[in-house]
Design a protein around this ligand. Structure first.
Ligand code: CAA
Ligand code: NAD
Length: 284
């Protein structure tokens, strides 16, 4: 089966980036979020990114217009009925995601369709078990910003059919031009199992008065050649997402390094979510 029709659930930071990647790769893409406001914000984010892509010489104006023409935005989940690949990129909440998988299972008609989650940390098997086709469910984890970062993690649950993961690996490389790596269905997979304890260490360093956010970030950029420091990166990922991801890894592993710092919880409670709300550790 050649994948030509894709769907994306959630049009936030990641859903909009993933939809952009799919549309630029030539697929027809239906993007669904829960409100007109969220859909409009997602569309705006994609248009802004396309404009940057043209400005940076990554695509022509004609390619931009064609890619935009392949995107459809909706609040109706029923628009996913004829999709061959649906990537769930809704908020990092297990109940929301399980409900989406159960609903997709009832809506998506093609028995060969693949249902994927962009979850940062949660067990893929739990989403697979919410469907009647668990062997066709897997993790396909993109990195932020999705149009720029080359990596995808492919996560097979204990019941994912090997040919489904193989097909997605080929699709990721040949159609999306991404670099795939494979992970077992473990909390945080490969990258977030390493990254979240690092980000939380940096936040604890700030919280304890050990160093300023600027010096922590400058240290990792200029001392270790990271493209951005950990405090700024947490802001870019979204402080709510960092909190949910850490909590989910901590709940399953009990690893104290993944336990969300109190300062992070307080900031999320205060609506300081980072770049997406304009205020986090930094003003954006
Ligand atoms: N479309 C196409 N290309 C684009 C683009 C767009 N909208 N925007 C930027 N680019 C290209 C640029 O042209 C440039 O390409 P070249 O190097 O070929 O010139 C490249 O992308 C970098 O762009 P910029 O110069 O604008 O950006 P920058 O150099 O300031 O880098 C950054 C910005 C990519 C965000 C960089 O700071 C970075 O990589 N930061 C770290 C990001 C990171 O760690 N992400 C992972 C987060 S964790 C995660 O995602 C997992 C999770 O589950 C939480
Ligand atoms: P976000 O908060 O920017 O966007 C989440 C979107 O999901 C919102 O627009 C929200 O309205 C929508 N949503 C909630 N319930 C929905 C439903 N039932 N149907 C459709 N849409 C729904 O979050 P994000 O950063 O885009 O994260 C989305 C997913 O991607 C999470 O699982 C997250 O862990 C993962 N992820 C995030 C990053 C990152 O750096 N932010 C990177 C990789 C993966």
């Amino acid at each position: 089966m050649t994948i030509e029709r894709a769907g994306v659930i959630g049009c936030g930071l990641m859903g909009s980036g993933i939809a952009e990647v799919l549309a630029r790769a030539g697929l027809s893409v239906v993007v669904r979020d829960i409100s007109d406001e969220a859909v409009a914000a997602g569309r705006k984010r994609i248009e802004k990114s396309f404009a940057k892509g043209v400005e940076r010489g990554k695509m022509t104006e004609q390619e931009r217009d064609e890619a935009l023409g392949r995107l459809t935005f909706t609040t109706e989940l029923s628009a996913m009925a004829d999709r061959q690949l649906v990537i769930e990129a809704a908020s990092e909440n297990e109940d929301i995601k399980k409900k989406i998988f159960a609903e997709l299972d009832a809506i998506v008609t093609d028995e060969q369709a693949i249902l994927a989650s962009n979850t940062s940390s949660m067990p893929i098997i739990r989403f697979a078990q919410a469907t009647s086709r668990p062997e066709r469910v897997l993790g396909l984890h993109f990195f932020n910003p999705a149009p720029v970062q080359p990596l995808v993690e492919i996560i097979s649950s204990v019941v994912t059919a090997p040919e489904v993961a193989d097909q997605i690996e080929t699709f990721s490389t040949q159609v999306l031009g991404k670099t795939p790596i494979r992970s077992d269905d473990r909390p945080g997979f490969i990258v977030n199992a390493l990254l979240i304890p690092f980000l939380f260490s940096a936040i604890r360093m700030l919280e304890s008065g050990h160093a300023s956010k600027e010096d922590i970030d400058t240290g990792m950029v200029n001392g270790c050649a990271h493209p951005m420091g950990p405090i700024k990166l947490a802001d870019m990922v979204g402080l709510d997402t960092c909190l949910f991801v850490g909590q989910s890894i901590y709940d399953e592993t009990g690893d104290p390094a993944a336990k969300p710092p109190v300062l992070l919880s307080r900031m999320v409670d205060g609506g300081l979510l980072g770049a997406k709300t304009g205020k986090g550790f930094y003003d954006w």
